[in-house]
Design a protein around this ligand. Structure first.
Ligand SMILES: Cc1cc2nc3c(=O)[nH]c(=O)nc-3n(C[C@H](O)[C@H](O)[C@H](O)COP(=O)(O)OP(=O)(O)OC[C@H]3O[C@@H](n4cnc5c(N)ncnc54)[C@H](O)[C@@H]3O)c2cc1C
Length: 382
């Protein structure tokens, strides 16, 4: 009889939580560790909501991964009798350069994700409260929408424990993880953990934990998120009347209505300045707020005087090519590095967890797109 492999997963965010759950279900003994808890305010998986959509441009694996993730989110909702997905539709507005949207169409078709292509007159008919200036056409994904972020992240960790996993809230010391010489994880309570394999799913912290392997190809960027209050007694900007939207007509802006009562969310996908996820002060910039207000008045004119009701600062854990990292450390075959969600990872949590658990337990290698070796052909960050 072979004994179960013991796997330590560091980081209980959207990636680590699902990986731990799938490893456990595949027969491993799993210890999940997190310094501040699943979906904490410093984590990239914190906050209320995340978009789930299939449009991803041409030639990429993410549309299919999102389709698989959506099926798994639904399956877990049903099993756990919890609600995580709000399928209020996703609208992609295409501008003059519509290569992303055109490239998305065959991928959506191929993945079996329902969508409509809408002309501007149809857009104006359906959503008269949106100004479609500079928009040429749009993709509407009726089954897309948003997911609860920190609530779902906590639910995954709770379920992991309910199914027999061990969760410990502890900080894993940086030590010399790159050396390939270490024999155990050193924790903040001075204890150590020895496992057969280790999965580091530490979101924006990965670059500093692995400064040689990940660091030169990775940056944690400050992303400001704004929540505006909809007019009293006016439901035009509430979920159900407005879908989740993404606007490519100039640069990439996106938003989510409702947000569990937090307000009409708006964010700019442009990468912000480098941000320290441990020590960074989470204050939005005045410039960012002014730009969000200008955008609101332009695209959602009825919201032009809307008060700011909440803000949030999150960080993208951004790789140089915006693709995920799923690979073994080049110096330690039993150490896996998983992350680089690059502003789009959350939705994929269950599908990525399923995929990574399989790779780790079978000792297989991920697609080239996710491997660290791909960075050899991409310029490093200066
Ligand atoms: C503003 C914003 C908007 C986004 N919008 C979307 C969206 O609409 N759709 C979408 O799909 N994705 C979106 N994303 C991206 C998505 O949220 C992330 O890619 C995803 O949540 C990353 O999950 P993770 O598990 O890799 O990282 P994290 O959630 O950061 O988890 C890492 C965990 O590791 C722990 N940790 C770190 N270091 C240590 C250590 N030394 N010891 C112990 N624990 C440690 C941390 O406490 C943390 O909980 C967005 C991200 C941001 C910031």
């Amino acid at each position: 009889m072979t004994s179960k492999p013991h796997i330590a997963v560091v980081g209980a965010g959207a990636f680590g939580g699902w990986i731990a759950l799938y490893l456990l279900r595949s027969g491993a003994q799993v210890t999940l560790l997190d310094a501040w808890g699943p979906g904490n305010s410093r984590a990239s998986s914190g906050g209320e909501t995340r978009v789930i959509r299939g449009a991803y441009g041409p030639d990429q694996p993410y549309t299919k991964l999102a389709a698989r993730a959506l099926a798994l989110w639904k399956q877990h909702e049903a099993q756990w009798k919890r609600k995580f997905i709000f399928p209020i539709g996703v609208l992609w507005m295409a501008g003059r350069d519509d290569a992303f949207e055109r490239g998305s169409l065959p991928c959506l078709r191929d993945a079996g994700i329902p969508f409509e292509q809408l002309a501007v007159n149809e857009l104006a008919r359906r959503w008269p409260q949106i100004s479609f200036e500079d928009v040429n056409w749009a993709i509407y994904e009726p089954q897309g929408g948003y997911l609860l972020a920190r609530a779902a992240t906590q639910a995954v960790a709770d379920q992991f424990v309910a199914e027999g996993g061990e969760y410990r809230q502890a900080h894993v010391a940086k030590q010399n993880l790159e050396s390939g010489q270490w024999k155990s994880l050193l924790l903040s309570d001075a204890s150590t953990i020895v496992a057969d394999r280790y999965v580091f799913a530490c979101g924006p912290w990965l670059g500093k934990l692995f400064p040689n392997t990940v660091g030169p190809h990775f940056i944690s960027t400050k992303q400001d998120v704004f929540f505006f209050g909809t007019p009293a007694g006016d439901a035009r900007y509430d979920e159900g009347n407005v879908p989740v939207w993404a606007d490519h007509s100039d640069h990439f802006m996106y938003g989510i209505p409702g947000n569990q009562g937090r307000g009409f969310k708006i964010a700019d996908d442009t990468r912000g300045p480098e941000f320290d996820p441990t020590a960074g002060q989470r204050l939005v910039s005045e410039d960012g707020l002014a730009a969000a207000r200008r955008y609101l008045a332009y695209r959602f004119p009825g919201m032009k005087d809307a008060p700011l009701v909440e803000t949030r600062v999150c960080q993208y854990e951004d790789t140089t090519d915006h693709n995920f990292i799923v690979d073994r450390h080049p110096g330690s075959a039993n150490v896996w590095i998983v992350g680089g969600g690059s502003g789009h990872g959350f939705k994929h949590g269950p599908a990525l967890g399923e995929m990574v658990a399989n790779l780790v337990l079978k000792d297989e290698t991920a697609d080239r797109l996710y491997q660290l070796a791909r960075f050899e052909t991409i310029p490093r960050r200066s």
